[in-house]
Design a protein around this ligand. Structure first.
Ligand code: CS2
Length: 472
């Protein structure tokens, strides 16, 4: 059956392909890799920073895989053959540095999730106490994404090669600036002259990335095999929609992304805010409230009229008033399109999956809107309820008293913050300087609103509390 995929291969393993990608998760394989494949003329050397699972599944397929589009009215497979090789960093970090430092590598792109940048989410600066950063300061063979970028750039500088463009594809605001900041901080600690060279010659364009990509399940593999006649051990599932807005500031050659629908712009900031706050902010809100209310997926949560109305209120009453629309974007139409995307029943995007890593996600998705709105005197009761739902979720018990598997780098600390008195619980959470900006930590009115929202959740449950909000 594998031959079905092999038949479609054109890989040339003798070059890096020009692009090295760190963090070979499903999102990149369903988004950036597809744009890179369609643009033509380039290939990707993928790097898994943690485990060999994806490499081991892709290798027998010659690195090819299927990207399966899931539309409400049917499925459409596309075989993606842009990967040239996959390396597993912990097995051989030197091999990863070598390929990043190769003369024909021009771009290093990244999807390492929010926590992969080893930064403090509330400030965007490098967390020097992060165990991987401490390791990377003391050892030439790195573990972290910033460590690989810095050590590989050092090798290029020593070899007289230009730097590669660092192309961040994670859901962070001004994501190019964030990665530039952590790389600059780390390089400065290792070799200030290297930091100066990167500053002068490097490029870190920011990008806004968008495509909903739920985790692939064993059932997906079987369904795809039945429909296509070949077995793919590592397909990715995605919605029809995709968007990629990229700052056109590369320090070397790049694929012709504009020929395949990417928007090349001078400044991506307003696009990032629109997407992070309107999409990811409501995704997280629906994930916590929906999970607590017993809904398994975002589509299930949207099929519940209470939450469909609740999320419309978030968009129109709280988030849109705080945004500057990017050129040519109509935010009300953007919200309508999001509602349709969320409701797509073919996408089984679990609330539990989106609820992951809340401490890394909330600042850019929700807390920024809350802080700016409160400073401007605008009420944000729905987003405040979403933050309270996150707190309730991280207690580790659902509304029926069943355990929740809370995945978050700070999960142990979060679980210890739970008290019987909501005001005390809120005070403990607001002490998390990594998560809450100073303006919110010092805002007594916000603490009081959060405590009231949390009391409502504990007393009445997520659905009834959201219903109260909608009818208020
Ligand atoms: C989601 C995102 O898992 C999550 O936190 O909100 O992965 C979301 O699906 C994408 O950003 C959509 O572009």
């Amino acid at each position: 059956m594998e031959a079905g995929l092999h038949d479609r291969l054109y890989c040339d393993p003798t070059t890096t392909g020009g692009i090295v990608h760190l963090g070979l998760g499903a999102f990149f394989r369903a988004h950036g890799a597809v744009y890179m494949a369609e643009a033509g003329g380039w290939g990707i050397t993928g790097v898994s920073l943690q485990s060999p699972g994806t490499r081991d599944k892709l290798r027998p397929q010659g690195w090819a895989y299927t990207a399966l589009e899931l539309a409400p009215d049917g499925e459409k497979p596309q075989v993606v053959t842009v990967l040239r090789n996959v390396l597993v960093a912990p097995e051989d970090p030197q091999a990863v540095l070598d390929v990043m430092a190769a003369p024909d590598t021009h771009i290093v792109s990244l999807t390492v999730t929010e926590k992969g940048y080893c930064h403090e989410p509330s400030t965007g600066r490098l967390n020097r106490d992060h165990p991987d950063i401490r390791h990377d300061l003391a050892n030439p063979l790195p573990r972290s994404a910033p460590g690989f970028l810095v050590r590989a750039l050092a090798l290029r500088r020593a070899a007289g090669l230009p730097p590669f463009t660092v192309l961040c594809c994670d859901n962070l605001p001004e994501n190019g600036r964030v990665v530039q900041g952590v790389v600059g901080d780390l390089a400065g600690l290792i070799d200030p002259a290297l930091a100066d060279w990167i500053e002068a010659q490097g490029a870190f364009p920011s990008t806004m990335v968008d495509r909903i990509v739920p985790a692939t399940t064993p059932t997906d593999l079987d369904r795809l095999e039945a429909a296509s006649g070949y077995r793919d051990e590592a397909p990715v599932m995605h919605e029809p929609f995709r968007q990629w807005v990229v700052e056109d500031r590369f320090c070397g050659p790049r694929p012709a992304f504009e020929t395949v629908g990417a928007q090349m712009v001078a400044d991506v900031t307003h696009y990032e805010h629109m997407k992070l706050r309107m999409l990811n902010g409501t995704h997280s809100s629906l994930a916590y409230l929906g999970y607590l209310a017993g809904h398994e997926t975002i589509a299930d949560t949207m099929a519940d009229p209470v939450f469909a109305d609740f999320v419309r209120g978030l968009w129109h009453d709280e988030i849109i008033p705080a945004l500057t629309p990017p050129p040519g974007e109509d935010l009300a139409a953007y919200a309508d399109a999001l509602a349709a995307r969320y409701a797509n029943p073919a996408i089984r995007h679990r609330t539990w999956q989106i609820a992951m890593d809340g401490t890394q996600k909330l600042p850019q998705r929700i807390l920024g809107t809350i802080a700016e709105s409160r400073a401007a005197g605008r009420a944000v009761p729905g987003l405040t309820l979403a933050v309270a739902a996150w707190m309730r979720y991280t207690s580790g018990r659902d509304e029926k008293g069943q355990p929740i598997e809370v995945k978050d780098p700070l999960s142990t600390r979060l679980a210890a913050l739970w008290r019987d008195d909501p005001a005390q619980t809120v005070a403990g959470f607001l002490d998390l300087a990594e998560v809450f900006p100073p303006a919110l930590r010092d805002d007594a009115g916000f603490a009081a609103d959060l405590s009231a929202a949390l009391s409502g959740l504990v007393r009445d449950g997520a659905r009834a509390t959201a219903a109260d909000r909608v009818s208020a």
